[in-house]
Design a protein around this ligand. Structure first.
Ligand code: KIV
Ligand code: ZN
Length: 539
């Protein structure tokens, strides 16, 4: 340093607050039509959310059904890292169900919700303000007897009289709530309004500084993310959101959009999250694969076009300096700029590298098995794209494998006439069942043939076939939603032949129904068994 140079001032980095990311993909997201998942699929998704670095996984609503209870219990037992949370109404039975389901979690949370708005109090709960306060207080107190970490949500908080909301939240903190969540249940608020409300809650709710204040915004007016960010700017330190914004009606605020807005505009927010952003794109793709949904091409952060630059002017600017048109680097969200295409001459090593790039870590035995299937696919189609590899790596839902397997399929179609299909199915108990049917087209015919062969009627709510990649030889992904016992069961099938893809999707649903029927039968039989003799209880 020369004599007359000023000593350089070391500016310490600004201290940034940490925002907790509460992911409710498996509860608020999964409860929306078209997004239901089996237990194995939820477990797979939970694993991926843990790797992504979310702070809390809301794994389900244990009291809602035996299936929900089992999923929450499995996630609590197996997933380490995030807090595992279960939802409960302000009722002791619900709260105790969450405590049982999350009992094996490394860290557990009970999340109680109770509506506070006048419209919900009058028409849904039929409760006075006093009754809401008393019910909530007792519920939170009971939950705190069972768990140290209790969240209280004032459902429809945004449409609640502010003075009553302040009173209700103060009382729930007094009862022992450790996180206070303020949901915009119907997606009604605006950024200015929610910002002002959160600032007021920070000033006026008693004990608010000793708990975490949280935002939960729905997207009915397309403002879910903007409202969540406004709440964070006004003092919220937990944000509730879902992968790709799935959820009731227009969905919840999208996790990836909130996280990347906080990161890209750290200058505005000064807030950090613990999210490993390069896993955002793989996690969103995994979810789409599991539920059989398509991510819109123009979806922010994770849509296929999010980093595509088509117009000449943009391309020119990009070549000179990426920052002319790019505010985030694709690699920061796990998006690969180059779509590496594999083919039948690609080796095991290239396959493993590409799979790793897509977030699929396989051991040697798994890679061997996948390599064989890759070669079979590469023989059928010239080029194997990333989406084909995802389908190979993620495979079928293990809970939908068996008891029925497809042994044979034939379909034909005639211009101006009806189509026909024949199938042969094999049951794991050794039964073979062959049937044929005609239909309006080969897809219709094959669905009818499968119904006949399995003896299970498919009440179809939703059916889609889409191409997984490019070209006439692309694989087709069929997704089938079927109504069964008041819920929707979904199946997926992938093949270069869309009739076969449909048959595989239908078989997944048939297998789910058969397994459910079997579980119900076992349940009835075991509840009819005579009680064990007294001595047997002591063995
Ligand atoms: O939107 C909502 O109010 C909810 C609560 C259960 C938190 O999802
Ligand atoms: Zn919600």
């Amino acid at each position: 340093m020369s004599q007359n140079q000023e000593p350089q001032q070391v500016v310490p980095p600004p201290v940034r607050d940490r925002v907790r990311v509460f992911d409710t993909t498996l509860r608020d997201g999964e409860q929306a039509p078209g997004f239901s998942m089996s237990r194995a699929q939820k477990l797979r998704m939970a694993q991926s959310l843990a790797e992504l670095g979310v702070d809390v996984i809301e794994a389900g609503f244990p009291q809602a059904s035996d299936g929900d209870f089992d999923s929450v219990r499995a996630i609590a037992a197996e997933i380490r890292g995030p807090t595992i949370c279960g939802l409960a109404r302000a009722q002791f039975a619900d709260i105790e169900a969450v405590a049982r389901a999350t009992g094996k979690a490394g860290r557990a949370r009970i999340h109680i919700f109770l509506a506070t708005s006048p419209i919900h109090r009058r028409h849904k709960l039929n409760m006075s303000r006093e009754q809401v306060l008393e019910t909530g207080f007792k519920a939170v107190r009971r939950a705190r007897e069972l768990c140290d970490d209790v969240e209280f949500s004032a459902e429809d908080a945004i449409r609640t009289e502010p003075e009553f909301l302040i009173e209700a939240l103060s009382i729930m903190i007094e009862a022992g709530a450790t996180t206070i969540n303020v949901p915009d249940t119907v997606g009604y608020t605006t950024p200015d309004e929610i910002g002002a409300l959160f600032a007021r809650l920070k000033r006026e709710v008693r004990g608010i500084d000793g708990v975490v204040l949280s935002a939960h915004c729905h997207n009915d007016l397309g403002l879910g993310v903007a409202n969540s960010l406004a709440a964070l700017a006004a003092g919220a330190r937990q944000v509730e959101c879902t992968i790709s914004g799935i959820g009731e009606r227009a969905g919840n605020a999208a996790l990836e959009e909130i996280v990347m807005a906080l990161r890209t505009r750290a200058d505005c927010f000064g807030l950090d999250t613990g999210i490993r952003t390069p896993l955002l794109y793989p996690t969103s793709r995994l979810l789409a694969h599991l539920v059989g949904a398509t991510i819109p091409r123009n979806k922010a952060i994770v849509g296929d076009n999010a980093f595509a630059h088509e117009s000449g002017i943009h391309q020119h600017g990009m070549l000179k300096n990426r920052e002319t048109y790019e505010i985030m680097r694709p690699e920061d969200v796990g998006f690969s700029r180059t779509q590496l295409v594999l083919g039948k001459h690609s080796g095991r090593h290239a396959l493993r590298e590409r799979l790793l790039g897509l977030g699929h870590e396989l051991d040697d035995a798994q890679l061997d098995e996948l390599f064989t299937r890759f070669k079979t696919l590469a023989d059928k189609k010239r080029e194997v794209f990333d989406s084909d590899l995802d389908a190979l790596a993620l495979g079928q839902d293990p809970e939908a494998l068996g008891p029925w397997r497809l042994e044979h399929l034939h379909a034909s179609t005639h211009l101006g006439g009806s189509a026909s299909a024949s199938v042969k199915l094999k049951h794991e108990d050794g039964r073979l069942s062959a049937e044929a049917a005609i239909g309006d087209g080969p897809v219709h015919a094959v669905l009818r043939a499968i119904e006949r062969a399995s003896g299970i009627n498919l009440d179809i709510a939703d059916f889609q076939v889409r191409s997984l990649s490019f070209g006439a030889d692309a694989q087709g992904r069929a997704t089938l939603g079927v109504r069964h016992d008041g819920r929707e069961l979904r199946g997926r099938g992938t093949s270069t032949d869309i009739v076969e893809a449909t048959a595989l999707a239908a078989l997944e649903v048939v297998n789910r129904i058969e397994r459910l029927n079997q579980t119900q039968l076992n349940h009835v039989q075991s509840s009819q068994q005579p009680p064990l003799p007294a001595a047997a209880n002591h063995v």
